[in-house]
Design a binder for this molecule. Structure first.
Ligand SMILES: NC(=O)c1ccc[n+]([C@@H]2O[C@H](COP(=O)([O-])OP(=O)(O)OC[C@H]3O[C@@H](n4cnc5c(N)ncnc54)[C@H](OP(=O)(O)O)[C@@H]3O)[C@@H](O)[C@H]2O)c1
Length: 279
């Protein structure tokens, strides 16, 4: 059988960039997403996986705040559906590329997180994504899990578009300087996923842009590049009341994934600058 790829969550922020890149590369990829396709519907899932040898799962319940009150739905999409996906893929020997998150960690580590570090999710979204990872690991052995963090792209809500939109409504902004990560372009992440389609590595991998920054450093960079005149002040996470706790440290060690890749991972500033030019 020729290589046939099924993409779940194809209209999402990451999924849409994965779809664009795969079609540009002339890969045989079929996109699925709500409302026509629901990953929690086992019969639909079985049907779309009938004649495929690779599935890329970008579908997820991603509203971190709402997950605190909609935990049943978050677990249904991020965990139960992934367990079904794993079982079907295992029966059919389908290679699964599953996307996960830094929210599987509590963020208390001082150094960048390794794939082997102890997980400990601190909010419902993170717990549901962790349960999804565990289901895949327990029920299948031909898979990769790519954990990403602080992603931004053209088709979705993210920190970068959120601060830009806030800056259009007010002339001063407080941004936390005690959360650290690496702003990561979904276009760059899509390139990595395409390499995984070709190479089919197995196991858990961490992927982010190179280098790291605080949320405040990131906002400063964005407004400097946009030449936006705004009063930006640093603050602490505990000054913001949110339903879901956030990990303070979202930094990843990407040595494992880098050793597989054709090119060095780019530092975060370059792709972000290019993204800002497109707005
Ligand atoms: N954004 C980040 O900063 C970030 C960080 C770490 C990890 N991730 C992970 O990256 C992956 C991609 O997320 P994203 O940022 O692209 O988020 P996204 O834009 O919310 O994409 C998720 C997609 O899944 C779809 N979906 C939700 N429920 C579904 C269901 N029951 N059946 C089928 N499709 C469903 C969504 O549709 P609707 O929009 O209609 O709900 C959406 O198109 C996820 O695994 C996420 O956990 C994201």
């Amino acid at each position: 059988m020729d290589e046939k790829i099924v993409l779940l969550g194809a209209k999402g922020m990451l999924g849409s960039d994965v779809y664009d890149l795969c079609t540009q590369n002339n890969l045989d990829i079929t996109p699925y997403d709500l409302p026509e396709f629901d990953i929690t519907d086992q019969a639909q899932l079985e049907k779309v996986l009938e004649n495929t040898n690779i599935v890329i799962n970008c579908a997820a319940y991603t509203d971190v705040e709402k997950a605190e009150t909609q935990s049943e739905l978050a677990f249904k999409v991020n965990a139960e559906a992934v367990a079904n996906l794993a079982q079907i893929a295992n029966n059919k020997n389908i290679y699964v590329i599953h996307i996960s998150t830094d929210f599987v960690f509590d963020g208390k580590k001082e150094l960048p997180y390794l794939e082997t570090d102890q997980t400990n999710a601190i909010n419902t979204y993170g717990k549901s994504k962790l349960a999804g990872e565990e289901s895949l690991t327990e029920n299948h052995n031909y898979f990769s899990i790519i954990r990403v963090q602080w992603t931004y792209g053209k088709n979705g809500n993210n920190f970068i578009t959120k601060i830009i939109s806030l800056s259009q409504q007010r002339n001063n902004l407080k941004v936390v300087d005690d959360q650290f990560g690496s702003p990561t372009s979904t276009k760059e992440a899509a390139k990595i996923i395409c390499e995984f389609v070709a190479k089919k590595p197995k196991g858990i991998f961490h992927y982010t842009s190179a280098g790291f920054a605080s949320r405040y450093d990131t906002a400063k960079f964005v407004f400097e590049k946009l030449r936006k005149d705004i009063k930006l002040s640093p603050c602490k996470s505990n000054e913001f009341k949110t339903a879901a706790a956030r990990p303070a440290n979202s930094r990843f060690c990407c040595d494992k994934i880098q050793s597989l890749l054709d090119k060095p991972i780019k530092v975060w500033q370059k792709p972000l600058e290019r993204f800002l030019e497109t707005l």
